[in-house]
Design a protein around this ligand. Structure first.
Ligand code: SF4
Length: 119
């Protein structure tokens, strides 16, 4: 399998060409550092992303709360996680960093608040 990609690890955005053969050997070119190599290998095997979005709340003074995944989740899970969060409504006041959903959609990753809901 061969794939052309743009590295998203830093703003430089190197254009990487990556390939994995039937024996599982990688051929990576175009990266300017080792982080790009790791990124390319993950993209070929199990790509992951972090997600930032908002969820609804019951609080008129803050109807939407900014949230993010505590880490990275499989890229293939982003659609179902986003759909779940679209249906979710926060009913408790929380502080920045509070886990509002544990193990979202079985991904092993929590959703955390990135802002306080003022009391
Ligand atoms: S390969 Fe290295 S320098 Fe290039 S975008 Fe990725 S992290 Fe940045």
């Amino acid at each position: 399998m061969e794939k052309n990609m743009i590295c998203i690890v830093c703003p430089r955005g190197c254009k990487i060409k990556a390939e994995i053969n039937a024996e599982g050997d990688f051929s990576i070119s175009g990266n300017s550092c080792k982080k790009g190599e790791s990124f390319a290998k993950a993209e070929l095997t199990m790509p992951t992303r972090s997600l930032t979005t908002t969820v609804k709340t019951i609080f008129p003074e803050m109807p939407f709360l900014p949230v993010r995944t505590a880490g990275e989740v499989p890229k293939d899970d982003l659609v179902k996680i986003t759909a779940f969060l679209r249906q979710f409504t926060l009913k408790n006041k929380v502080s920045c960093g509070t886990v509002i959903i544990e193990n979202i959609c079985g991904s092993g990753c929590d959703i955390i608040a990135t802002c306080d809901v003022e009391s």
